[in-house]
Every structure is written in structure tokens, then in C-alpha cells.
Design a protein around this ligand. Structure first.
Ligand code: DON
Length: 571
């Protein structure tokens, strides 16, 4: 019976991959490779052109950090819904000698930001203000982050890493059908929010797949960064343009904010799961702590006993997710401003106890689950890409403007989109953000604080060697997407592409529902979950995981998500 299920599942995945590839081959730019193997180096990202830029850097002798930086700049051109100059992100590094590091280039609240900035006189949330206005923007961190990573670990000159992006912006690139559709759909809002014409808006007619998107102003901004480094963005012409853009609306970012912005090297969050070492991102991301909590909570339950997305397996994982997201809402925030109880949250005894009330046959109710209490307190669009070089160095990067195209406001004359990351703060205690996440004091707005993130760029090590590089966009679903892929590979024995292609589900404590990808789950599995008193709800695709797995023979296997235009490049 189990055998039959496995055969059916394999056929299903194969069909999906074939269907996905067929779809993508119709894109005018390129043939997308999925599940590809490479002997030396690999980049998997949301866009084939960006992956190719990264691999060319590897072929030239650049290391994984050089390739990550070049891919990041390229994504700011060819994947404008999340690749960015005006956003922020996190990088997790594992070097061939086993050293690890993490870089936080998350956006910060402007100096003049305050707790009630998105509330009216009555204390009510002003609709959309934290999402589609100039006030929604945190001080961008991406450019500083990429330059900082390069300064510390890069091998090739910065100019070589930015030039491909400049050329792509200057000469244009061909839109995929997905991108053309998105621009057409967003035309009205782009026109409403931007006073002057922006590159994403076609004056007449509709965008079509294969049309060239030329971004001259963005090319100029990239050129300034190439020539002046940090000052090409955080001072002078670009900074002045950004501040002028703020003044067109109710924006908060000043020249002083830009001058003061600096990314921060943070201590990585490191945990273990069944002998594998998990290296991931700490606060201001909640992702790393939550991921390690999830893995440790499910470890005693032997998930390897159940097939992928079996009801029992989903039940155990959901119950862990419910408890972890309850902790997230109370305890997680920017550790520079709030005493995040990291050691308590990751304590083995605490995590075992947390599942004491787990019932193998019945769902708990989220209203009965509260965040853990500790006696001693310690003082929809993002994008992920994974890079491995021929030396075995690995970089895992997740970067974002927050939702697709951020605030949808382009800095006039500078050609880049502003983030709307302020919505990731808890703008009012108990009021859900755009991902339905709630929070309180730990994640309240404060001047120069970083808003809490779910981004979970992660690297997994097996017996002292690189094993997997993984991450995803998807707001609150990022953590559970990364969690499921680690479980799929370690416990269920799936390959990287098979794992990335397999159906996903998600629970985040509140709302008390298992969300599952529409048309991808067996109705008998859903029926079993309902019998266990789980509330289930179908939704659009969850996350877009781009990952690399090191196979036992040392080859690299890509997992490029079939849910987008994601693609691997390798050599
Ligand atoms: O940092 C965060 O958690 C969110 N700003 C991420 C947003 C995101 O993943 C949107 N993607 N679909």
C-alpha cells in the first residue's frame, strides 16, 4: 500500500516537473533547468537571467559571496517584485572550512518613526498606510548589505559584480509571461501612486511576454553605486532623490537616516536535528529561532515513519507550528531593542515540554495555546537564492521589499521601488499585519528599530560537510516552507527538486487553520485532518523555495520552485 502511494506520488511529482518545465520553456528568454545537476558551482534563484549572472561570476573565479552579490544586483533589475535596491534582507554564510556568519541588512524604522505612526486620532489603524504610502518604507538596507558582504568576503572587484545588472537595466531584458501579466494587473495602482511615468507602466496597450523592459534610471543608480560604493546610494544624488520622493507624500526617511544605516554582522543561530547542523538567521528575523524550535519539537515523533504529507505527519508538524507561532507573537522582535529570550526559546527541555499536551488523535485549539512563559528573561513578495561555489563555500540569501513590488512607489529619477516593510512591525497590538501575523511590545514600532521578519535563509551541514542551502519567500509561510523542505529531505528521503515541488501546508497559530495548496492534497488526507478536528483551508501556492543539495557523490542538485519562474544555473 505504502509502495503504491510512493509510486503514485512519484508520478505526480514527475508530471508536475514536466508540466512546469513545459510552461517555462515557453518563456522567451531562456530554458529553465530544474533539478539540474552541476559538478562545480550553482546558483538557484527566482529568475534564470539572475542565476546565469551568478554562475558567470563563479566561472570567472569569483566565490559564492561574489556570485550572491552579483545575483542580488541582477535580481534588482530582472525580478523587480522582490529583487531590490530599496529593500533589505539577510545572508547566511558557510565557508568551506566550516566557519559560519550571518549578515543582517534588514530595513530600519526611520529616526522619526514612532509607535502610533499608522494610527488616527482615535487610535485606529489608518487603512493601507503601512502598506502603500511613502510612510510604509523602512530605511533600505540591501545596498549596504551587499557591499558589506563583498567587502568582507568577496574576491572579484565590485565593478565586475554590478556591471551585468547595469547592462541588463540599460539594454533591457525580455519579460516572462508571468511578469507581463503582473505589470498589466498592477498598472492602475502604479499610475495612482507614482506621479511621473515609471518603467513598469506601458503607456499604450498591454505588456506581453517577450517585450523588452528597459530601466535607464535604475541603470544610472547602479552606475553610481559602481563608481561610489555606499555613497552612490546613501549620499549624494540617489539619497537626495529618495528624500525628495519622501517629501511628495508622508514619508519619514531623511538624509540622516540614510547616512546612519549600517548592516550588522550577527551571531548565527545554530541548532541540530538528528545529527544535522542547522545554521540560520537570528533576530530581527524570527525565522531561525522558529525553525530550530520546530525541528526540535518534532524530533521525538519520528517523522521518517510517515510518507510526505501524510495526515499523521501533517498533524505533528501543525501542532508544533501552532505552538511556535504563539511564541513568535509574544517573544520575537529586534534584539537590539527588546530582550528576546533566545536561549529559553531554544532550550531542549522547554521544547519537549511544549509538546506535553500534544494529542496524537486530535488538534489542539489555538485559543488554548499561549506563548511560553520564562522566569528569567535574557538581557506576498520576497525572494530567496542559494549559491555554492567550486570550493564548497555556500551563501543563502533572502531579500525583500515586503509584498510584491513593495509599496509600488518608485523613487522618481532613481528607478527603484521603495519597500513597505514598516507593515512587518506590530502597528497596533493584536492587529494582524498583511500576513495575518500578530504581535505586541516585542515588535512595536520604535525609532531606528528593525521590524521582525520571517525570512529564514538556512544552511544545513551533515557530518561536518555542506549538505543543503535553502530558503523561501512567502511572509509568514517562509518558516514552515523551509521546515517542510528540511523534513522532506532528511526524514522522507526526497531529492532536492522533488522536495521543492511537493505540496505545502502551513499553520501559524492564529488564524487557527491549516492552509494547504489548492488541488494538491489528497482528499482522504484532508478528511483525516478534519476528523482530528483541524480546520483546513485551501489557498494559492505557498512559498517559492530555491535550494541546493549536495549529493553523496559531491554533485550539486538544484531545487528550483515550480511555483514561479525560478531557475537553476550551474557548471
Ligand atoms: O520579512 C518578512 O517576513 C516579510 N517582509 C517577508 C515578505 C514575503 O516573504 C513576501 N513574499 N511573498
Amino acid at each position: 500500500m505504502k509502495m503504491r502511494k510512493t509510486v503514485f506520488f512519484s508520478i505526480f511529482v514527475a508530471l508536475l516537473v514536466i508540466f512546469g518545465c513545459k510552461n517555462i520553456r515557453q518563456q522567451p528568454n531562456h530554458v529553465i533547468k530544474r533539478g539540474m545537476l552541476a559538478d562545480s558551482g550553482m546558483v538557484v534563484s527566482a529568475n534564470a537571467l539572475a542565476s546565469q549572472v551568478g554562475v558567470e561570476i563563479l566561472k570567472k573565479g569569483g566565490n559564492a559571496v561574489d556570485a550572491a552579490v552579483a545575483t542580488g544586483f541582477a535580481l534588482s533589475v530582472c525580478y523587480p517584485n522582490a529583487g531590490n535596491l530599496g529593500g533589505g534582507g539577510f545572508m547566511v554564510f558557510r565557508f568551506a572550512n566550516g566557519d559560519v556568519a550571518t549578515l543582517d541588512y534588514r530595513e530600519k524604522a526611520p529616526i522619526s518613526a514612532h509607535k502610533d505612526m499608522f494610527l488616527d486620532e482615535k487610535g485606529e489603524v489608518v487603512e493601507d498606510m503601512s502598506m502603500y504610502t511613502r510612510a510604509a518604507s523602512g530605511v533600505p538596507g540591501s545596498v549596504d548589505g551587499m557591499l558589506e558582504a563583498h567587502k568582507k568576503y568577496g574576491k572579484l572587484p565590485l565593478s565586475e559584480l554590478i556591471t551585468p545588472a547595469i547592462k541588463m537595466a540599460e539594454n533591457g531584458f525580455k519579460l516572462s509571461s508571468r511578469q507581463a501579466r503582473q505589470f498589466n494587473r498592477l498598472k492602475k495602482i502604479f499610475v495612482k501612486l507614482n506621479k511621473n511615468r515609471i518603467a513598469f507602466v506601458k503607456n499604450e496597450g498591454k505588456w506581453e511576454a517577450g517585450n523588452l523592459l528597459v530601466q535607464k534610471e535604475l541603470a544610472h543608480t547602479l552606475q553610481l553605486i559602481k563608481e561610489k560604493g555606499r555613497d552612490g546610494f546613501y549620499a549624494g544624488e540617489t539619497a537626495n532623490k529618495l528624500v525628495a520622493e519622501m517629501k511628495k507624500g508622508n514619508g519619514f526617511i531623511t538624509l540622516e537616516d540614510l547616512k546612519n544605516y549600517h548592516s550588522v554582522w550577527r551571531k548565527p543561530i545554530v541548532g541540530s536535528y538528528k545529527g544535522y547542523k542547522i545554521i540560520t538567521m537570528g533576530p530581527p528575523s524570527s525565522g531561525g529561532i522558529a525553525l530550530i524550535q520546530l525541528l526540535k519539537m518534532v524530533a521525538p515523533f519520528g517523522l521518517e515513519k510517515y510518507p510526505v504529507n501524510d495526515a499523521k505527519s501533517m498533524h505533528i508538524m501543525t501542532e508544533a507550528e501552532r505552538r511556535v507561532y504563539a511564541d513568535r507573537a509574544t517573544h520575537l522582535g529586534d534584539a537590539d531593542f527588546y530582550p528576546v529570550p533566545t536561549d529559553n526559546l531554544l532550550n531542549n527541555k522547554y521544547l519537549v515540554q511544549r509538546m506535553d499536551d500534544f494529542n496524537p488523535d486530535e488538534a489542539s485549539a489555538s485559543e488554548d495555546i499561549k506563548a511560553g512563559k520564562f522566569a528569567n528573561r535574557e538581557s506576498e513578495e520576497t525572494t530567496h537564492y542559494s549559491v555554492v561555489d567550486k570550493w564548497g563555500n555556500a551563501v543563502s540569501v533572502t531579500t525583500t521589499l515586503n509584498n510584491s513590488y513593495g509599496s509600488r512607489i518608485v523613487v522618481d529619477g532613481a528607478g527603484f521601488l521603495l519597500n513597505n516593510e514598516m507593515d512587518d512591525f506590530s502597528i497596533k497590538a493584536g492587529v494582524p499585519n498583511m500576513y495575518g501575523l500578530i504581535g505586541g511590545k516585542a515588535n512595536a514600532i520604535e525609532s531606528q528599530k528593525r521590524m521582525l521578519s520571517s525570512m529564514t535563509p538556512t544552511i544545513v551541514e551533515k557530518r561536518g560537510k555542506l549538505f543543503m542551502v535553502v530558503g523561501s519567500p512567502g511572509g509568514s509561510t517562509i518558516i514552515t516552507s523551509v521546515f517542510q523542505n528540511i523534513i522532506n529531505v532528511i526524514d522522507k528521503g526526497l531529492g532536492m527538486q522533488e522536495s521543492v515541488s511537493s505540496p505545502r501546508f502551513h499553520h501559524q497559530w492564529q488564524p487557527d487553520k491549516i492552509y494547504y495548496e489548492k488541488n494538491r492534497f489528497d482528499t482522504t488526507v484532508l478528511g483525516k485532518l478534519k476528523n482530528m478536528k483541524h480546520r483546513v483551508s485551501e489557498r494559492s501556492p505557498i512559498g517559492r523555495v530555491d535550494a541546493i543539495l549536495v549529493l553523496p557523490n559531491g554533485q550539486l542538485e538544484a531545487g528550483a520552485d515550480i511555483r514561479g519562474d525560478d531557475a537553476a544555473a550551474g557548471y
